[in-house]
Write a protein that binds this ligand. Structure first.
Ligand SMILES: *Cc1c(COP(=O)(O)O)cnc(C)c1O
Length: 391
């Protein structure tokens, strides 16, 4: 048997994640390993924690990355907080809300579903009604719904959670580092994310943070959590002063995450969010100038994940294949209910640039024309450039 050298193509990843990784992160990833209790690594852990607190905008000491992808963060959040038979209000307006519902069921909780259309926000009225009519002490909600492009308002729902003495769990996998998220000011109790979206790191870690209200709940559970590996209190013993072994630290991935977060810190979170908003707006201007429509409810669009309605008569896969084969660009198709109906364009972290917006609009215009969609030449690119020049 013979196997060639690994030689992956360099693609522009404008889908729902992973996003492109900075060479600095790849370099960190290939740095020499040390032991998981090496003083050097312990310092890297502390710095990674400090950087995570900066990006989450939190003072929570209980903040660290859980090994595993974003789903590990979702599962850890729910299985640490929810006990057998607990009612949990689960907000479902897309694929990842559905996932939370599924996880609550598997953990043995009783999901109380609040639903909204795929592409609409969950209203605070519907949350309040569910709080009033149930015994739920936990609310689970997605901040950036990657399947629909919705950016869910959190602040008001967080206030409600407090007034009903409920815990709020927020999925920030696609929003952390790319959208406004103010953990402490908004009063979010539990929040998790993933590394491969707006943080521009390879997939493999799930940053998570819990405030004292959440800690109090998990410290006073009546039953042990079923998962040993995702027991956050045990993992925290390794990430805090105690330094008790729970699992071998994912050393190289922690190097990578530290570097990815350091890059965000250098740019400054506010600058980074403004950049995401600006490039998303330019992209939307271009899309609308081409006669296309955005899918997500106006006013609540995620700057890091932009959803475009596939026009009538256009075949989803033909367009994505040409973008891929001819332009070397990956964008996402629809997920679940929206399969074949929308495209998902990620402008995540370092991929949210003027250059990428112009390139993708150009590629999309040419591809769509080839597929028989009639739009004026350069209408999308022109509108985006006008936007950039006027702001
Ligand atoms: C991607 C994503 C997840 C799951 O993350 P994985 O890294 O694929 O495990 C969860 N929630 C949202 C909103 C996501 O976008």
């Amino acid at each position: 048997m013979h196997f060639n050298d690994l030689n992956p193509p360099e693609r522009l990843l404008l889908g729902p994640g992973p996003s492109n990784v900075n060479p600095r992160v790849l370099k960190a990833l290939s740095s020499p390993l040390v032991g998981y209790m090496d003083p050097f690594y312990l310092k890297v852990m502390d710095e990674t924690k400090a950087l995570l607190k900066y990006v989450f905008k939190t003072k929570n000491e209980f903040t660290f990355p859980v090994p595993g992808t974003g789903m590990a963060g979702m599962e850890a959040s729910l299985c640490n907080v929810v006990e057998l038979g607990d009612e949990v209000i689960v907000c479902v307006n897309g694929f990842f809300g559905e996932r939370m519902d599924e996880l609550v069921l598997r953990i043995g909780g009783k999901p109380i579903r609040i639903e909204a259309g795929w592409g609409k926000i969950i209203t605070k009225e519907s949350v309040e009604e569910a709080l009033r009519e149930s015994n739920a002490k936990t609310i689970a909600i997605v901040h950036g719904e990657t399947s629909t492009g919705i950016q869910q308002p959190i602040k008001e729902i967080s206030k409600l959670a407090k007034s009903y003495d409920s815990l709020l769990i927020v999925d920030a996998v696609t929003s952390l580092g790319g959208c406004e998220l103010d953990l402490d000011a908004w009063g979010i109790d539990v929040c998790y994310s993933g590394t491969q979206k707006c943080l521009n790191c390879p997939p493999g870690l799930a940053p998570i943070t819990l405030n004292d209200r959440a800690l109090n709940i998990i410290q006073n559970r009546k039953t042990k959590i079923q998962s040993f590996y995702l027991d956050l209190q045990l993992i925290n013993k390794y990430w805090s002063e105690e330094r008790v072994y729970h699992h071998t630290g994912p050393i190289a991935m922690t190097y990578a995450l530290r570097e990815a977060l350091r890059i965000i810190h250098e740019e400054g979170l506010e600058n980074r969010l403004a950049r995401h908003n600006r490039n998303s707006q330019a992209f939307i201007k271009g899309i609308e100038a081409m006669g296309l429509e955005m899918h997500a409810q106006e006013g609540y669009r995620l700057p890091s994940l932009n959803t475009v309605v596939i026009p009538k008569g256009i075949i989803d896969v033909n367009v994505r294949r040409m973008l891929f084969d001819y332009f070397n660009i990956e964008i996402g198709g629809g997920l679940g209910l929206l399969k074949g109906k929308i495209w998902r364009v990620g402008l995540m972290g370092r991929n949210s640039t003027e250059k990428n917006v112009i390139l993708l609009l150009e590629a999309l215009e040419r591809t769509l024309r080839k597929e028989g969609y009639h739009n004026k030449s350069n209408s999308g690119v022109g509108a985006a450039i006008d936007f950039y020049d006027s702001t």
